[in-house]
Ligand binder design. Sequence first.
Ligand code: KG4
Ligand code: ZN
Length: 359
Amino acid sequence: MKMKKILAVETSCDETAMSLIELSEKPDRFSFKILTNVVASQIDLHKKWGGVYPELASRAHLEAIVPVLAETMAAKTIKMLKSVDGIAVTAGPGLIGSLLMGVETANILGSFFSKPVISVNHLEGHIYSAFCSAIKNRSLTIPKKDIFPALALVVSGGHTSLILMNEHLSYKTVGQTLDDAAGEAFDKVAKILELGYPGGPAIEKLALSGNENAYELPLSMVKRDALDFSFSGLKTAVLYLTKNPVTGEKRKFNRADLAASFQKTVCEILTLKTIQAIKKYQTKTVILSGGVSANTYLREHFQKAIKKETDATILIPPKDLSTDNAVGIAIAGAMHYVKNSNVYEVPQAQPNWKIDNRS
Ligand code: KG4
Ligand code: ZN
């Protein structure tokens, strides 16, 4: 197969991201070269609100989208766009106003340059980012078979899902959070500890100077055999260590110790449930991805425990591809491009799009 170029657009939350990649198909594998990876973060904009402010996010996407496109195409935007074979875009899940910015941009570019536009689910972007685990010289390969069944743990601000894959682009959610997502729990606990936004990196930094065994927090495992998660009880337990639930009176606590104990507990829950799922489905590969997978403690704890308990091959993206990016969207989009031989519907923003329903 001739090299194909795919441009990807990701605007589902608070990052305006684009990437240009090249794909070539071999009998047993796909090979990719990442030509550009541009991410314009809105963190500073949302900091003072302590979380993502949806209207501000869509306006910021609107301002960033053309400069990000120019940078992605190395400023030769029009000339280079003609040579692109397909445009991938995150169609959901995410914030409706933010998604629309990316989807409409992709649709306009697609119709102007007569290129197919491919809908990608945000979670599959996180999953395919993990194949950059062994990236070298901006190049990576993805085997066609041999790696399945595979299990992906996607841990982000909006999701904590265990997703089973029996082949490429096929997904079955076998476990998910019943309340808060893991990243959401990090962000809420950071708020309780007055650490600012985004909470995950702030907790990770503070936890380095804390004692992770100082506080015993509930290892909320839902039902023993179930693969679902629950983090709201853990968050409440942290809250009640900082103030009396009845009188609201502040309690004395050690911030670093509490951050470290919370981080350890979340990572233990995530790892234990993943090991349970690997054993249940006999998976050959396990993927850890999504914003929370940028956490060094989680990466180390997860790898150590999984290596000890299972034979599964572990894939974790480099840290800059754990959080939202368009490289994973481009890789997943390229896989769909190969599979669907250019038959696509015009993408529509779908804020609640479930990965299981993607076809
Ligand atoms: O995947 P992502 O960038 O966006 C969503 O799809 O939500 O994930 C963002 C989440 C936030 O909740 C953030 O606090 C968390 O990932 N996060 C972290 C770390 N870096 C980002 N959580 C723990 N430790 C980190 N180092
Ligand atoms: Zn994400």
